[in-house]
Design a protein around this ligand. Structure first.
Ligand SMILES: *Cc1c(COP(=O)(O)O)cnc(C)c1O
Length: 394
């Protein structure tokens, strides 16, 4: 009989664009006994998860629950439920994930107005407004809060106000922002927002925290046609996550155990403290990167704390550096996507992975590997720059 070896992965240091490192408490939670998806104890857990998600999303939205699937399922759910054939959608596109949202909206039948910006730059609010003006009846505006392909932090609040002035709903991709930086759903008046479990929340991938405003729910209740996706139809799923407990699909039980424990950790730390930790470690990393003479992809003043995209020096085999990081340092960083393939590294400091020891490790590892590859770098300057940031903010 053919033999299959047991799979024993190493515990890596995950400093890519997600998944981030997972706290052992979360992995242990997943090993708890299975319950039925309508078991009263499991139903009790669902209620606690909804409360925790409302805290993290800073919202009072009744319809707040994890979509079964990764961040892209949340994206598809927001767009599938809000869009009907022929609706006009204004979508900001300055990287892979804005492009994915535009593509997804098109597949749902929308007439999409793409508002493009160069990769590495924000989508200018004035350009969104121009697109809204050109619409007859804009249904929604969608932007990506944290564009993981470039490391750009998109201004949101002004665009949400604009969307509402033109009678449109505001959709926000918070897949890489939730639990890393503030995502104040109610204050910004976001109508639909989706995230993921494997980035800022630091659970395994598999669920998409999701929230809809009352305004969005009114639009969904008033649809002339059925949602194109059966699996993601919120009008049915809300009945499972609401008082009716009507079976729709079997919830990913163990993933919800993991999400609950990961959210408990987020709330124990406190949102303010968590955002502050992300800012501090990112400031140290970015100071170290700059001290090595490396250039950033994202425009100044709009750089994410949880993901730093760095231009690989000319003439360097960037993939070989990533392989060496993995083999020698047991550490993963991300490659460039699309036009940045072969040119960019993406260093994530998300959730559990945002730690001072990881910052120091990745800076020293890069310094050593780049020096060995013939790039002239003054040794020790990167860590000194990072240490100076920690000394300031101690
Ligand atoms: C990762 C990511 C997604 C997709 O999430 P998956 O969990 O990979 O499906 C969507 N948007 C942004 C901004 C992301 O970073």
């Amino acid at each position: 009989m053919q033999q299959f070896a047991q799979f024993n992965p190493q515990a890596r240091i995950l400093l890519g664009p997600g998944p981030s490192n997972v706290n052992p408490r979360v992995l242990n939670a997943m090993a708890a006994p299975m319950l039925g998806h309508l078991d009263p104890d499991y139903v009790g857990l669902m209620e606690e998860i909804k409360k925790l998600l409302r805290i993290v999303f800073q919202t009072a939205n009744d319809v707040t629950f994890p979509v079964s699937g990764t961040g892209s399922a949340g994206m598809e759910s927001a767009l599938a439920n809000l869009i009907e054939e022929g609706d006009e959608a204004v979508v900001g596109v300055n990287g892979v994930f804005g492009a994915r949202a535009a593509e997804c909206a098109e597949r749902m039948g929308a007439r999409v107005h793409r508002v493009e910006a160069e990769w590495g730059r924000i989508v200018e609010p004035e350009k969104i407004e121009a697109a809204l003006k050109s619409c007859q009846r804009p249904k929604l505006v969608a932007v990506v809060h944290a564009e993981t392909s470039t490391g750009v932090l998109q201004p949101v609040e002004e665009i949400a106000q604009m969307a509402h002035r033109y009678g449109a709903l505001m959709v926000l991709d918070a897949v890489t922002s939730l639990a890393c930086i503030p995502v104040p759903i109610d204050r910004w008046q976001i109508d639909a927002c989706y995230s993921c479990t494997q980035k800022g929340i630091s659970a395994p991938p598999g669920l998409s925290p999701f929230t809809l405003s009352e305004r969005a729910m009114a639009v969904i209740r008033g649809r002339r046609t059925k949602c194109r996706s059966w699996y993601l139809d919120v009008s049915m799923i809300a009945q499972y996550w609401g008082a009716e407990r009507a079976y729709h699909h079997t919830a990913p039980i163990s993933m919800n155990y993991a999400l609950y424990e990961a959210l408990r950790i987020v709330v124990e730390e406190g949102l303010e403290a968590r955002w502050q930790r992300h800012r501090r470690n990112a400031a140290a990393l970015q100071a170290g990167v700059a001290a090595m003479g490396l250039k950033f992809v994202a425009q100044e003043g709009h750089r994410l704390p949880q993901l730093t995209a760095v231009q690989a020096p000319a003439g360097i085999d960037e993939a070989a550096i990533r392989t060496a990081l993995l083999r020698t340092y047991n550490m993963e960083i991300g490659a460039g996507l699309g036009p940045f393939k072969g040119k960019v590294w993406r260093i994530g400091l998300m959730g559990e992975s945002s730690q001072r020891n990881n910052v120091v490790l990745v800076l020293n590892a890069l310094e050593q590997l780049l020096s060995a590859a013939g790039i002239e770098i003054a040794r020790g300057r990167a860590q000194a720059a990072a240490d100076a940031v920690y000394a300031q903010s101690a």
